[in-house]
Design a protein around this ligand. Structure first.
Ligand code: BGC
Length: 287
């Protein structure tokens, strides 16, 4: 059976076609911002001739279970009936979920939080996506809108986030934030230079880590997870990122009587976790 995994992000759209567990086709294109129809047309084009039987989607934004629609500030979408739109174009059953919810499924299935009882996932990309496993099960909240950790307010008087709130974690600790903090340099340049010991870039990166760890500290104190898994584009920074987060958390916890058990890990599937998890969710929910 051939299943498509589709990851709709604020920068790119990635598709993967899986034959059983094998990734047999992969493509990535820039996200069009014209309309949800343009996104769906592009996806249909990327999957043309792939002979798929099912499709799973992980999209930026909230996927309401009761109305079966997607709202995504990063894409400029409100109440978009994505499942219906893609079913019409692809001609196969489609499962639609939040992108971080999809990604955590891949890591929980055979990645760095495999089988965990309690784990938190953060995608660090255009925005910050969140998902979690609680008591050995994915946690989605009452309306499938839970775990949006990117919109925890960490500086109440801070600038406005794309979501409309002020001072969200996403504003300070997404890939977009890192870029802004370095005057518009690409994340790859910032990380490469920081890794090579460039003092200015190390300072920027460490300031970014401090913001990210304000959010992580809250997540640890509220949920006591075994792991915080980092995915999304920035997970390409690998151990350089994970180790610095762990060190910053140790610094925060050193001033308290609280033990720090949580480990920060980089998603095994890195930026492919979204397409893998979306295909897994389609198989699990549509077969
Ligand atoms: C959205 C989330 C999404 C994340 C990553 C955030 O701005 O609110 O729903 O998971 O970006 O794409």
């Amino acid at each position: 059976m051939r299943i498509a995994g589709i990851d709709i992000g604020g920068t790119s759209i990635k598709v993967g076609v899986f034959d059983g567990d094998m990734l047999v086709h992969k493509d990535s294109r820039k996200t069009p911002f014209d309309s949800p129809d343009a996104v769906c047309d592009l996806i249909a084009d990327m999957l043309l001739g792939q002979n798929i039987q099912l499709a799973g989607v992980g999209t930026a934004g909230s996927v309401e279970s009761f109305s079966d629609t997607v709202s995504a500030s990063n894409l400029g979408w409100e109440g978009v009936p994505l499942r219906r739109m893609l079913t019409e174009r692809l001609g196969v059953p489609v499962w639609v979920d939040n992108d971080a919810q999809a990604a955590i499924m891949a890591e929980w299935h055979d990645g760095v939080c495999r089988g965990a009882e309690c784990a938190v996932y953060l995608t660090l990309g255009t925005g910050i996506g969140g998902a979690m496993i609680v008591a050995g099960k994915p946690y989605r909240g009452k309306n499938n809108l839970g775990a949006e950790f990117g919109h925890m307010i960490i500086h109440p008087d801070g600038p406005r986030c794309v979501c409309g709130r002020r001072g969200c974690l996403e504003y300070y600790a997404s890939a977009t934030a890192l870029k802004r903090m370095a005057g518009g340099l690409s994340c790859r340049t910032i990380i490469d230079r920081a890794k090579a010991g460039d003092k200015a870039m190390l300072d920027v990166f460490d300031a970014f880590i401090r913001e990210l760890c304000i959010g992580m500290n809250t997540l640890i104190m509220v949920f006591d997870p075994e792991y915080i898994v980092l995915g999304g584009g920035l997970s390409g920074a690998g151990e350089f990122l994970a180790e610095r987060c762990q060190r910053e958390l140790e610094r925060i916890f050193a001033d308290t009587t609280d033990p720090l058990y949580c480990r920060v890990r980089i998603a095994r599937h890195k930026n492919d976790a979204g397409i893998i998890g979306a295909a897994l969710l389609a198989r699990e929910n549509l077969l």
